[in-house]
Design a protein around this ligand. Structure first.
Ligand code: FES
Length: 104
């Protein structure tokens, strides 16, 4: 899928992310800023915070309890907040995510 990352500095970057990889993988592999992914995708650091606005949100599995709990305590969280390491690409054509400003 084509994943378009809307970065905190107002620019955007589009990356091709193969099925089975996460939105976090696509960012880290291409050295995009904003997604730190300290824990390497094990859903424990919450430094991979992104916002997925509708209609894209429904293209991913709903958050696990673990993810929902982490997101709840994030600074600047919105209803559309997700941890990008838990957003696994399947058959989407194009996905847009807004990368949370990690300095918040
Ligand atoms: Fe750590 Fe997503 S990379 S929670």
């Amino acid at each position: 899928a084509r994943v378009v990352y809307h970065l905190p500095d107002g620019t955007e970057q589009a990356v091709d992310v193969p099925a089975g990889q996460s939105v976090m993988d696509g960012s880290v592999r291409n050295n995009l800023p904003g997604i730190v992914a300290e824990c390497g995708g094990s859903c424990s650091c919450a430094t991979c915070h992104v916002f997925v606005e509708d209609p894209g949100a429904g293209q991913f599995d709903p958050p696990s309890d673990e993810e929902a709990e982490l997101v709840e305590f994030l600074e600047g969280a919105r209803p559309s907040s997700r941890l990008s390491c838990q957003l696994i690409i399947s058959d989407q054509d194009e996905v847009h995510v807004e990368v949370a400003d990690s300095s918040l």
